[in-house]
Write a protein that binds this ligand. Structure first.
Ligand SMILES: [Zn+2]
Length: 214
């Protein structure tokens, strides 16, 4: 179905009212953490926190797609994926740009705030995983919840590692190195989502003529 790239958490379509409530909760937690990490990134002068926020955006986008367009024609699902991937691409390039700028003119970020927000992000992802697992439905099986949570936790762990590195070296370089790595992964995930959506949009739907294009 969907690109199996490092930061892609795809819940199944919401069919029951109970599962829809769980997906809404997951959507709001991810959207809130996206905002918190952007604000914390500016306040702590940490580029890796900004890089970690991309995953919260992508996951919020996946829950929004599951709640709104998943039942619609596949062309809308593909267009929603294109919108999500273009935003991820923009955020990834923004992070790379900020990292390059901070490499020339930045100071060491605040490791305490990085550690606190990285821990909060990890707890948010574990909380969402517990919710999804407890109220799973259809093919939202244990394995997909596990894979998604593991990938999210690796990102949060990378921020905590960057905080430790900043603390240990009193320099910005661990933050910038982790940020660049995470941003590069986000850019590559966005490119593969775009390629997949392009293929889906180029494939004519059943009973349509060959010229069907986006
Ligand atoms: Zn994720």
């Amino acid at each position: 179905m969907s690109a199996h790239c490092p930061h892609d958490c795809n819940p199944t379509a919401a069919t029951s009212a109970r599962y829809r409530r769980v997906l809404w909760a997951a959507l709001w937690i991810n959207a809130l953490m996206f905002g918190i990490e952007i604000v914390a990134s500016a306040s702590a002068q940490s580029v890796s926190l900004l890089a970690d926020s991309i995953d919260f955006f992508a996951d919020a986008g996946n829950y929004a797609i599951s709640l709104t367009v998943l039942g619609m024609a596949s062309v809308w699902r593909s267009r929603a994926a294109v919108f999500k991937a273009l935003t991820m691409l923009g955020l990834g390039l923004l992070v790379l740009g900020r990292a390059a700028w901070a490499a020339h003119a930045g100071s060491a970020p605040e490791p305490a705030m990085m550690g606190a927000v990285g821990t909060l992000a990890l707890l948010a992802n574990l909380g969402v995983a517990a919710l999804l697992y407890a109220y799973r439905e259809g093919d939202a099986n244990m394995r997909s919840v596990w894979l998604c949570t593991r990938n999210d936790a690796i990102g949060n762990g990378a921020v905590l590692l960057a905080a430790l590195g900043v603390l240990g070296t009193d320099s910005r370089w661990p933050d910038l190195a982790i940020a660049a790595l995470m941003a590069a992964l986000a850019v590559s995930a966005a490119v593969s989502i775009l390629a997949q959506a392009r293929r889906e949009l180029a494939t004519p739907a059943p009973h349509h003529h060959q010229e069907t294009q986006a």
